[in-house]
Design a protein around this ligand. Structure first.
Ligand SMILES: [Zn+2]
Length: 239
């Protein structure tokens, strides 16, 4: 059976990292090794869940090549020498929204050419409702799309990520990559997300910003910057 690429997506604080760490545990329990990856920009070499699980992860930068790395890893640890403990069971990527297009394609080669399942976990969109580069290509290329669900305060499914200030008011501008804390973001349903952006534009008397929120004109950034910027980041390892 061919190996698949999975994309587990959700809003902030839905338990993505917990899900990843549980999957990792399941593989290890069956004596299968795993490789865990996290973007360098997150600033941590481990994946931590809000409910207390943690595991070491390999940090990767935008020029990192997954298929080369995994191929080298497999060649260096042949299963016949190290027993079942040496066999690679899957590759797990946290904060997968920060992958670039080339890296998503490289991950599909890990599945297609090396026959190793790839499990990616990430946010679908940023705090302005724009898709992340990694998520856009994972939504396009993954074999299986699985939503990890969480709810808005109104009880509807939360699919969007609202950045908020300390006082809880929504924010509609600022650096898109912000590594700070999960409390800077709240998962919201689409309706309340856009209501929040509208509220934020009243709080932020910046003309260009107001125009953008009101007429939907995208931010004046090139696509690549926007994606890197677009971090809903907070302490993304705990998303
Ligand atoms: Zn709502």
């Amino acid at each position: 059976m061919p190996a698949k690429v999975f994309f587990y997506y959700s809003a902030m604080n839905a338990g993505k990292s917990s899900n990843l760490l549980q999957a990792n545990y399941n593989y290890n329990e069956r004596d299968l090794r795993t490789l865990l990856f996290i973007p360098k920009l997150i600033g941590k070499d481990q994946i931590v869940s809000r409910i207390g699980l943690a595991a070491k992860a390999i940090q990767f930068e935008p020029d990192f090549d997954f298929v080369d790395y995994v191929k080298t890893f497999i060649e260096a640890t042949p299963a016949e020498e190290s027993g079942s403990q040496g066999k690679l069971g899957c590759v797990l990527v946290d904060e997968a929204q920060f992958l670039n297009q080339r890296q998503v394609i490289s991950l599909t080669r890990v599945a297609d050419e090396l026959q190793i399942p790839v499990l990616c976990y990430g946010l679908r969109s940023d705090f302005l409702g724009e898709p992340f580069e990694g998520s856009k290509y994972l939504l396009t290329l993954a074999d299986e799309l699985r939503e990890i669900k969480t709810i808005c305060s109104c009880g509807r499914k939360a699919s969007m990520n609202q950045r908020i200030r300390e006082d809880g008011r929504p924010v509609a501008r600022g650096e898109q990559v912000e590594v700070g804390g999960n409390d800077r973001y709240v998962g919201k349903c689409r309706k309340h997300f856009y209501e929040g952006l509208g509220e934020a534009s009243l709080d932020e008397p910046d003309e260009s910003k107001k125009r953008r929120v009101s007429d939907g004109t995208p931010p004046k950034k090139d696509a690549n910057n926007a994606n890197m910027d677009a971090l809903l980041g907070s302490s993304p390892t705990q998303a």
